[in-house]
Ligand binder design. Sequence first.
Ligand code: NAD
Length: 508
Amino acid sequence: MSYSIVNDGATPTPQSDAAKALLASVEDKQLYINGAYQAPVSGAYLDTTDPATGKVLARIANAGSEDVDQAVDAAREALKGPWATLTPLERSQVLNRIADLIDAHMDELCELEVLEQGKPFYVARWAEIPATANQFRFFAGQALSLDGNTVNTSINYQPEGKQVQAWTLREPVGVVAAVTPWNSPLILSAMKIAPALAAGCTVVHKPAELTSLSALRLAELITEAGVPAGVVNVVTGDGASCGSALTSHKGIDKIAFTGSTATGRAIVEASKKHLTRVTLELGGKSPALVLPDADLELAIPGIANGIFFNGGQVCVANSRTYIHRSIFDKVVQGIAAYAESMQMGHGLDQATQMGPVVSTAQAEKIEQFIEDAKAKGAKVLCGGVRLGANGTFIAPTVVTNTSTDMPIHCEEVFGPVLVAEPYDDIDEAMAWCNDNEYGLAASIWTQDLSAAHRLSRQMEAGTVWINCHSMFDASLPIGGMKMSGYGRDSGKQALDNYLEWKTVCAVL
Ligand code: NAD
């Protein structure tokens, strides 16, 4: 079976006027500060490219420290403004309106993400953009339930006729720097902006330089929903200038970061200066552990989808799988057949199941992992090649005969590449699962409930799925152990990231 790219180099016609306009001319996109667009002080811009065709779609402003200063000032000022005086019900209603506007602009937002990121339309339409709206809906609910508590203290001080009373308050942490990656731009942004707004914070959002167009559009919709100017600002640009100016800024109270572990480390360094609070959602190398009694009708497509969805550019992707030797051949052949049946092409083609990876640099990095593994004796069962004349397509790939210390086996590839190995002993397989610096997610495939319970406790991962992989909901916290970061996005736990505790102790 050989792979091919359907209509290589061609761009199917989009539905939305916004996507049509993007394809019609290359415009300069400005910074969104204090409810209005403004040009970067330096006048510098970066290209945004469609990875399926190599076509330049737009140029985004490359913000420097003076632009970041203005955005942070706007957010600090907005903390004092009408946003702070809204009742929880009013804030909740605004968040619900944002969700409704996302739904109303569904096709447009999906097509923007398809064009700048390369994802298939169905990934945006049926998973990521509805989930973006649902983050705002979920945190609209959470905004209604912010509360502290009264505390019975043991303080031994009781002046005549008086009592010691103590209670706690929850207050917004202040100005949030939300720094987000390119793989799933809007949903990962919403996981930070929605709880920050529910808590009453203001935000300076720094989207990834490859995928900033949808973030700018989201900011417009947030304004349209009734969020006052300055509450959500967007500074676009590269990590080295814009990102580091933002994360080392004195006016930032909290950094909410999703991205690579290397950048996470740089952000922790930057945060030291002002002891800025930080939460980190970082990389992963998530295992799928397949027991001999697994339901293979679930496991084969489930594991294939867990690695090939969005071209493997998913932080929790099951990029390694350990399969009991008795069923190993059947499972890997099934996954390879699934891979080879996938239609690859431009994401705007509704039939596309896998698009390009996000950039030439990313495609080259993935190719290097595969070439290195081949040179060290790994066997490529399917894929393993770059495809097409124009875009950055990597064929869905299954590799076996690796050792646990090969880079392809232990490092994050962030592409459509699955490492599959057989095991004989479950304890040895569990040791392989945990023998990795990351601890983001894992899945266990078995019909034995007690084995599933026992193994899920042993797994060193922030999320463990049983007989499924990559199941998300706004109510479920997501985040990592070990080098996958700290703190949780999504779920009611995420609200804590954006709130301070204040203790009040009084003699009354
Ligand atoms: P990245 O770390 O290169 O960039 C992420 C963001 O950080 C971008 O906006 C970038 O411009 C900015 N940045 C870069 N250098 C910076 C600096 N020195 N200071 C401040 N900001 C800086 O990550 P990426 O390549 O965009 O995304 C892929 C990575 O994200 C993968 O490692 C993936 O696993 C991870 N990810 C994690 C999760 C999760 O929930 N754990 C989710 C999605 C992606």
